[in-house]
Every structure is written in C-alpha cells, then in structure tokens.
Write a protein that binds this ligand. Structure first.
Ligand code: PMP
Length: 396
C-alpha cells in the first residue's frame, strides 16, 4: 500500500532487505556513468575499475577478518550458497566423502542445491530441528562426513546457531563447514574467527546497507569449489562473467561503514527487539516462535497469533504504517504455510499465522516507533478478532 508523501513507515521488514546507505548510492553513481569500464580492459579506465573492485574486495574481507583473495563476488547469497554446495560435489566425490548435511528448515538456497546433490547420488542428511530451530553441536558426529551447511541466523525463526561450536564439532569429524552469514555479517560483530573458522562463508550486501544483486562467497583454505558458470576467468574462474562493478563498489562501502559500527548496530537491534517483545507481550493469543532472546538474531522477533492469518495481519499493519513479513521472501510456501516452519515442527495453522519482524541495522527503529508498531499489532489483532469473533484455530 502506498503511504502518503512524507509519512514514513516503521520498518521491521529487515529479513527482506535493508535500505541502501546514502554513502553507498553516492559511491556507486560514478561507476554507472563517467567511470563505467570493464575491469578486464587493458586501458586506464579499465585499470581504475580493477582497482575499485580490489579495494572493495579488501573492505569486504576486512569486515569478516578474512583475506582479500578469499572473496569471490557473486550476484547475492543465493548464488553464493549454490556455488558452495553444488561446487563442492567434485571435491566430495574425490575425497570419498559423499555427504552433505543441512538443517531441515534451512533457507532454500542451501536446501535446494543439497537436494540436487541427493538426486545425483550423494548422501544428503536433512537434520531434524525442534521449534527453537537450533542445531545442537552434539548432533554433528552422527551426520554424514563431508560438508555441513547452515545459516548463522534463520530468517523466519530468528535462530542464531552456535556457529563456532558447530564448526569445532564438524572439524573434529573431518567435515568442512559452510556458514551463510547473510543476516549477521554487517549487522552484528561476526568474523571468520567468531564463527569458528568456516571453510566457506556467504555474505549478502543488500542486507546491511549495500546494493541488491551483490553477494560474496569466501572460499578459505583453498577448498576446491567448481564454478557453476563457464566461460571466463573473472573472480579467479570461480565466477566467470563481467562483474557488477557499481554493485561491488557499493558492497565495499557498505562493508567499510558497517565495520566501524557493528557494536552500536548490535546494541540498537537488541534494544529494538526487546522493546517490540515487551509491546507485544500482552496481546491475547500471541505466541513468540523460535528460541528465547539470548539465542536469537539481534533485532528479530517472530510470533503467531491464534485465529489470525499472518497475511491479513501483515496487510492491516501496513495500513497502520508498519512493515513486517510473513517469512523469508525466498521461503518455500505450501498452502500459505512456510515449509521451514513445518520442518521445525510448527502446525500448519501456526505456520499460516506467522509474522516475522526484523529491524534493519541502520538505523534500528526508535523505542517510540517500536512502541507504535506494537500498538498497531494490538489494534489490528483486536479488529480482526472483532470481524470473526467465533472463529477457532483448529489444532494449534
Ligand atoms: N540466505 C539467507 C539466510 C537469507 O535470509 C537470504 C535472503 N533473505 C538469502 C540467503 C538470499 O540472499 P540474496 O537475496 O542475497 O540472494
């Protein structure tokens, strides 16, 4: 719904994307006009473009404490995850380790390529998780050896996985690790070290102030990953094709700005989530989903409301100036119910009534705006209940 000019919404739709920072748009502009050049060109403009890409690569590496040569730019986290999982097939086959393990409620960009490998004859374990979405490190030794892939933060349940413990358990079993840090890198302090030194790490820049259509896969320790595309030597052959120069420049600026502000961002996100939870607390029939705050992505609150469809709630709160989501924009949806929630043991009704609110990091909504958002949810729940006072929720 269009908002009247000058009235800004309270944005709790940070799992979908976050607004680009003004500095990012400004830094990208010349590369879309007078500085446009192919970084592979052997003239001065090409050399300048090449330097800009390498500068961005260094900034991205610095954000997560990695080496610039480990960074492979992609079109986003979806491509990075596909490259990591499908690109590992040849190495897994050669190493005699044929297994990939992925939590059953994972983001489709990890789950679907794993299922493709399963169709190609690899052993693929979809790891059962409970309603908190947490993957226990104790489960790792029982998984197929090879590659363990998981999202650091789950878009729909807000679960923050114990990445370092999982990586240590995987290493002890001789298993490599892929961490998708789409929702954590650039928002909260998060480096290869704090993540336990994963072999592969996924980033997405539009989730923390950079442009859409740019992501990165960090390939560490020389793990042999086969490219998905053929026909060029760009990105050291891992990702052939003329790169998205303006996007990569914007990604570098977003990474540089984020690096200096991560502790503040985290504190503001925690405060926003705490305010929102407090404001929602008393709403009749509202149940928080996912793990408790200490195991959640800072800024993320998810919940179901009995007898209310997530979709109706979403549209009504938008009319009140609050943006949220019913799930991840990439979620598999079966009959309006998120496959990820069903996989984590939620009922179809709970999954249909689910709402995800995730604050963007820059800036996180103020306490006053957050209180307003919670009050809007309360009003809308009351109004929807009044419309269908007798409705029951079968089989919560
Ligand atoms: N992984 C996770 C955990 C996500 O939440 C998302 C999107 N929200 C993606 C991957 C896909 O990211 P992109 O939009 O960069 O393809």
């Amino acid at each position: 719904m269009e908002r009247p000019a000058g009235v800004s919404a309270v944005n709790f739709d940070g799992v979908a994307t976050c607004p680009p920072l003004p500095e990012v748009a400004e830094a990208m502009r010349p590369w879309l006009s007078e500085r446009h050049a192919n970084p592979e060109s052997r003239h001065a403009a090409g050399a300048a473009a090449r330097r800009a890409v390498e500068e961005a690569r260094a900034d991205v590496a610095a954000l997560v404490g990695a080496k610039p040569e480990e960074v492979v730019f992609t079109s986003g986290a979806t491509e990075a995850n596909n490259l990591a999982v499908r690109g590992a097939a040849a190495w897994l086959r050669r190493a005699g380790d044929s297994g990939v393990a992925v939590p059953a409620h994972e983001h489709p960009s990890l789950l679907h390529p794993a299922r493709t490998l399963a169709r190609e004859g690899f052993t693929v374990a979809e790891i059962a998780v409970g309603r908190d979405g947490l993957l226990p490190p104790a489960a790792v030794p029982g998984l197929p050896r090879g590659l363990l892939a998981f999202s650091h933060a789950h878009a729909e349940l807000g679960t923050l996985q114990p990445a370092a413990e999982l990586a240590a358990a995987a290493r002890a079993s001789g298993t490599r690790v892929l961490v998708d840090a789409t929702l954590t890198a650039g928002r909260i302090p998060c480096t290869v070290e704090t993540l336990g030194g994963p072999d592969l790490l996924t980033l997405s820049f539009h989730h923390f102030g950079g442009p859409m259509g740019v992501g990165a896969l960090l390939i560490r320790g020389g793990l042999p990953i086969a490219p998905l595309l053929e026909g060029g030597a760009q990105e050291r052959g891992y990702r052939p094709g003329t790169p998205n120069l303006p996007g990569i420049v914007g990604a570098g600026v977003a990474a540089r700005i984020a690096r200096g502000t991560l502790a503040e961002r985290e504190a503001a996100l925690r405060r926003a989530a705490a305010d929102l939870r407090e404001g929602l607390q008393g709403i009749d029939g509202l149940h928080f989903t996912g793990p408790p705050p200490e195991s959640r992505l800072p800024g993320h609150v998810s919940f179901t409301v009995e007898r209310i469809e997530g979709e109706s709630l979403l549209l009504r709160i938008e009319a009140e100036g609050v943006l949220a989501a019913t799930g991840s924009p990439c979620a598999d949806v079966a009959g309006f119910a998120s496959a990820a929630l069903l996989a984590a043991g939620y009922t179809r009704n709970e999954a249909r009534g689910h709402l995800v609110s995730c604050a963007p990091p820059h800036p996180a909504p103020s306490s006053a705006a957050t209180r307003e958002a919670a009050a809007a949810v309360q009003r809308v729940v009351g109004a929807l209940r009044a419309l269908a006072p007798g409705a029951e929720t079968p089989g919560r």
